[in-house]
Design a protein around this ligand. Structure first.
Ligand SMILES: [Fe+2]
Length: 185
């Protein structure tokens, strides 16, 4: 199940808020300018190709493009047996920003987004059917866990803009990681 935890950024011992209610997750995130919504399930064949995945969600993807000026969409997948999974995980584990919105729709699997907004950290577990859009310039990090498993649609206004600018803040190492928050799948 998807979830949201909200912490004070100087105390990760207990979340101030914890919810697994999709509507409540949306409400809390929308309130602080983060788009989160759940799309309806599509029947996809096992091993569906990126093109067939994009075709299945074409209506939603085109709507997002029209509303936000995204020009391209692609599909990214990772499985626990990928030889570079640890490197991929490490790449986005420290706090960073992009000059591009980070838009992810989870076709399958899961991932943890940490959004550092003022003096709070919003930890969002995204799972199948969840769309999250992290606005450009937002301090955040992402933890796919030790056994990453996901297929995501990504949208870009400019794929080259999606480069991580690290903040140098060590906050990510103080917050609970995927292993501490999410039971083994
Ligand atoms: Fe990012």
């Amino acid at each position: 199940m998807s979830s949201l935890r909200i912490y004070n950024d100087n105390d990760f011992s207990q979340p101030l808020v914890f919810t697994e209610d999709g509507a409540e997750i949306s409400r809390q995130l929308n309130e602080v300018g983060i788009r989160f919504e759940r799309w309806s399930t599509r029947e996809l064949e096992e091993g569906a190709t990126p093109d067939s995945i994009l075709a299945a969600y074409q209506a939603e993807v085109e709507k997002l493009k029209a509303e936000n000026g995204f020009t391209t969409a692609d599909v990214v997948s990772l499985t626990p047996t990928h030889p570079q999974k640890d490197d991929f995980r490490k790449k986005f584990l420290d706090e960073h920003r992009h000059s591009e919105d980070e838009v992810r729709f989870f076709v399958r699997g899961q991932g943890l987004f940490y959004l550092h907004l003022d003096d709070k950290v919003y930890v969002v577990l995204c799972r199948k059917n969840d769309l999250i859009s992290v606005p450009n310039g937002t301090r955040h990090w992402f933890d796919m866990g030790p056994a990453p498993e996901f297929t995501c649609v990504r949208l870009f206004t400019n794929p080259e803009g999606w480069v991580a600018q690290f903040t140098g803040d060590e906050i990510a190492s103080k917050a609970p990681r995927f292993e501490q928050l999410i039971e083994a799948a």
